[in-house]
Design a binder for this molecule. Sequence first.
Ligand code: FBP
Ligand code: MG
Ligand code: MG
Length: 343
Amino acid sequence: MSHRISLTRYLVEQQREHGRIPPELRLLLEIVARACKRIAISVNKGALGEVLGSAESENVQGEVQKKLDIIANEVLIDANEWGGHLAAMASEEMENIHVVPNRYPQGEYLLMFDPLDGSSNIDVNVSIGTIFSVLKKPNDDPKAIEPVSEQDFMQAGSQQVAAGYCVYGPQTTLVLTVGDGVAMFTLDREQGSWVMTADQVSIPEDTKEFAINMSNMRHWDQPVKRYVDECLAGKDGVRGKDFNMRWIASMVADVHRILTRGGVFMYPWDKREPNKPGKLRLMYEANPMSWLIEQAGGAATNGRQRILDIKPTELHQRVSVVLGSKNEVERITAYHLEADAAQ
Ligand SMILES: O=P(O)(O)OC[C@H]1O[C@](O)(COP(=O)(O)O)[C@@H](O)[C@@H]1O
Ligand SMILES: [Mg+2]
Ligand SMILES: [Mg+2]
């Protein structure tokens, strides 16, 4: 008999024994997990379900939407809006926040998501995912007349009360933190349930593996170039060891590898669009991933500052990202600060 526990049991223990989450947050996370199961079904159908390819639309960031971007977004909204635990949702695929319609009960939480991460990998059958983050509405007094607004979402990542992702890969795995370490749950398709397959995940402080889109090399800033050059010099250079490189182009899959065996991931600012702080989105990608990485003993910065300390000013704000094994992230951050000091 297996002694593995289910996601439901884990969440109930987090609520009852550790007092870490209230029942409303537990139920909200159950709903998100159920939505991920539905998305996994669509992902797995692929061409059979006619879910591959582009939709004829663009999202607010001017990116062409894939059919699955839209399907996953709808699944998350449909699953969550009537549950009674949320005040509003925000998504990479929607320009404005989605306020829970007043025909449904209102809750005190705010849910943010990147419904389908790694869209360029959908059609080629490579791992993709869903990333989510939960905040509490700042004014949760039920008598308050203030309606929920976009401003309520402008909270630093350190305020998150839950964050996670689901990776649709060879296995479908849900990875979660409620501030008590990182736990992983694999979807058992026969049982239809999420079964815990790792708890208190820990990232080694050192690594020999880096992840960055090398095709952007000529556009990078000097500190990033310096770090990657030193990795490439391997045993013959200052690092005195050879490095390996991986780039999946789905942040979920790259972060999942790092949570599993260590490594460092970078999507830095570059000179192609100097006014854009980075490619990745703070609220739907960087914040949830940074909290998971920190909860597993790693670190996450924008090259200069801890990502979780950044106070957002816009819903779709972008950010430069360096995350993973602690000593590597500290090294890259130090290179940026040294370069700034020399200017
Ligand atoms: O194609 P590039 O420039 O290497 O970018 C890859 C990055 O873009 C992303 O795909 C952005 O996510 P979306 O698919 O949600 O837009 C990340 O998951 C990934 O790390
Ligand atoms: Mg994404
Ligand atoms: Mg996306």
